[in-house]
Write a protein that binds this ligand. Sequence first.
Ligand SMILES: [Zn+2]
Length: 123
Amino acid sequence: MNLRDESNCAIFIEDARAVSIEDAAKRLGLCFTSHRHEHPQPCPHCGGTDTFAFSTAKNKWNCRAGGIGGQDGIGMAAHCEGLDLHRREAFLEACSIVLARPMPNETDWEAPDKRAARRQRLE
Ligand SMILES: [Zn+2]
């Protein structure tokens, strides 16, 4: 798949948002610790013993040590990997982890901005 233009980047992010907690957990290498839907375990980022848990039934995750949780794989991946979602590059990296797909190239991603800037200069 070609990820060169902005719309493909948008699709990449949209696809990542659609990834379930269960799939994201598998791609993050988290443990499925019980035969039920809840899977407590040490937080990969904060440590502890059973600080972190995700639920495949509720499609939720939370970390008691970090006081954070949510209902999306991107947020879970970001917490486990210590990524700051306010940074675009880190956000795309989290998307890339949950999708198990390569990240769209940063320069390609910036291309539309650069094009707009160039157009502005020409005017
Ligand atoms: Zn944590």
